[in-house]
Design a protein around this ligand. Structure first.
Ligand code: GLP
Length: 263
């Protein structure tokens, strides 16, 4: 596990973009797992700038989004598909055919749909680099507390806390979805490399539990402790409750000397 601490949310975004860009430059057909949420916006902005000004090429990059609200079609302004178009896809050259986002408007055989989403990840050869945010309750994707640590893509009922946290994105009086389609923890753990971003004091407890707490389905991000190649990229506020900061800093310094390709 690597912990990279940055002074501000802006620097978290820039550093995340730098890491994604260097992975794409190393492998122009990198299979990229993507996340939504306000924390990721700075990263997408910087990736768009790198595309515009430094010819960062996404033309061969397949993307797989983590999750989508059930009941929202791709043109609903609060859907994650819409978020991705606004913040990223309309600003870079990811090929339309390479974009995969769970379809929130499906009805009927959800199991079959979710199994097909998993299959599309397998068919592409698996995810090379998965970007994650984190919820205040420690969720990744929409894997709410008590999600199975072996879970695959499926429907998930959202907690009241998550619904409240996301209320800010919806118009007052607008109905907020109660359910989502999300990659499972088992799906996420199969990515070859994981980069989790967090900023702000509201995420500090979740980050401390995810990194230094026990592995538990009550904090699904803690399952990342089972993964061999995870980087947590957090700002000062989100990292404030970590007890071993000095150690993480030394690990980072040695990594820069011994295995710089991990950064
Ligand atoms: C939603 C998404 C998560 C994301 C979280 C945090 O719940 N499903 O993938 O990590 O929001 O969002 P924000 O970055 O806005 O705090």
């Amino acid at each position: 596990m690597l912990l990279v601490l940055k002074p501000s949310p802006e620097e978290v975004g820039r550093e995340a973009a730098r890491m994604v860009a260097s992975a794409v430059r190393r492998n122009p057909a990198l299979r990229l797992g993507l996340a939504t949420g306000s924390t990721t916006v700075g990263m997408y902005q910087e990736l768009a700038r790198l595309h515009r000004e430094e010819s960062l090429d996404f033309s061969r990059v397949p993307t797989f989004n983590l999750d989508e609200y059930l009941g929202l079609s791709a043109d609903h302004p609060q859907s994650f598909a819409y978020f991705m178009r606004q913040n990223f896809f309309s600003r870079v050259n990811v090929a339309l055919a390479n974009i995969h986002i769970p379809d929130g408007s499906i009805k009927g055989d959800y199991r079959q749909y979710c199994a097909a989403y998993e299959q599309s990840i397998r068919d592409a050869g698996g995810i090379d680099l998965q970007i994650l945010g984190i919820g205040r309750n420690g969720h990744v994707g929409f894997n709410e507390p008590t999600s199975s640590l072996g879970s695959r893509t499926r429907l998930k009922v959202l907690t009241k806390e998550t619904i409240e946290d996301n209320r800010k994105f919806f118009a007052s009086g607008e109905e907020i979805p109660q359910c989502a389609i999300t990659m499972g923890i088992g799906t996420i753990l199969q990515a070859r490399r994981i980069l989790l971003l967090a900023s702000g004091s509201s995420k500090a407890a979740a980050i401390a539990k995810a990194i230094e707490g026990p592995v538990t389905a009550s904090v699904t991000a803690s399952a990342l402790q089972l993964h061999a190649d995870v980087t947590f990229l957090v700002d000062q506020e989100a990292g404030a409750l970590l007890k071993q900061q000095e150690y993480y800093q030394r690990v980072l310094e040695m990594t820069a000397i011994l295995t710089p390709e991990r950064l």
